[in-house]
Design a protein around this ligand. Sequence first.
Ligand code: ADP
Ligand code: MG
Length: 316
Amino acid sequence: MNESYVHSFSAMGTVVSIQVVGHGANDHQRADRQSAVERATEWFLDIERTCTRFDPSSELSRLSTRVGEAVPASAMLFEAVRFALAVARESDGAFDPTMGRSMESLGFDREHRTGEPVRSAAVVATGATWRDVVVDEDDRTITVRRPLVLDLGAVAKGLAIDMAARELAPFVNFAVDAGGDLYLGGCNASGEPWSVGIRHPREPELIERVFVSDIAVCTSGDYERIGRAGGDEPGHHILDPQTRRSSAAAASVTVLAPAAMVADALATAAFVLGPARGLALLERHGVDGLIVTPDLERFTTPGMRSDYKAGHAHER
Ligand code: ADP
Ligand code: MG
């Protein structure tokens, strides 16, 4: 067994846990390991500060209020918005990072630390979508063309996981777990591929287990963060942009991809698209995944069916 170093903290509405396997043989190694974990932690806090819609002074919130202006963006905000718009395009708008106001009005309006309700000031244009946000790759600016509330809830966590994983890459064997969205580097303390259980969306048990190395595993489920969905009817936090209500196309979607930002966003997009179009989206992007429908039917990409049972990432 190889001694592990674990650091846990709260960010982005969840508990983040970072584990580095080994590298504890002497003071020098331990200091290196600790400072890498501190830098990884800082990425979560930084990206949350930049990309939260719950703080009116965040870079994201300020951008949402400067309608019609080409606003220069920080590297992280630019990357998150650029990628969110690409997924919106690829998913025919099933993924849409401009539904902040709908999220608010369905009850997803509280900052996770303070519990303070948030209401963005701007009057929102009816029918505003991701097409009303334009990025300029050369100038690195973002233009919001009509009043809307940006929400990067489905990409920011993945981006933070990826930046953290980059800091930890020199240690080879590590795990970043942000409330069930994960990146697994190398092997666990027993020298085996990481074993990841995928939660059953309805029962307190696992629906699947995969054995992986050097890959992100992200899950979007309808069983978390129950809001009001308008009025008394409860709902969950993944909205169908067409109805602006909780999507009933899936119960949970898990995606395995080389980057967590990709896995995170594609899981949300496939959730809204449902099994047939969701699987097509995953296959088109060369990633594997599992979609469980509300009546508990399972759909998987061909690679997901067998490859991940024996830690195939090691055989490549
Ligand atoms: P989790 O935050 O549990 O990992 P997801 O990755 O699926 O879940 O992200 C859900 C979040 O994404 C919501 O809280 C909201 O901020 C945002 N969101 C909801 N519906 C959509 C959608 N159709 N397209 C893009 N983002 C969405
Ligand atoms: Mg997610």
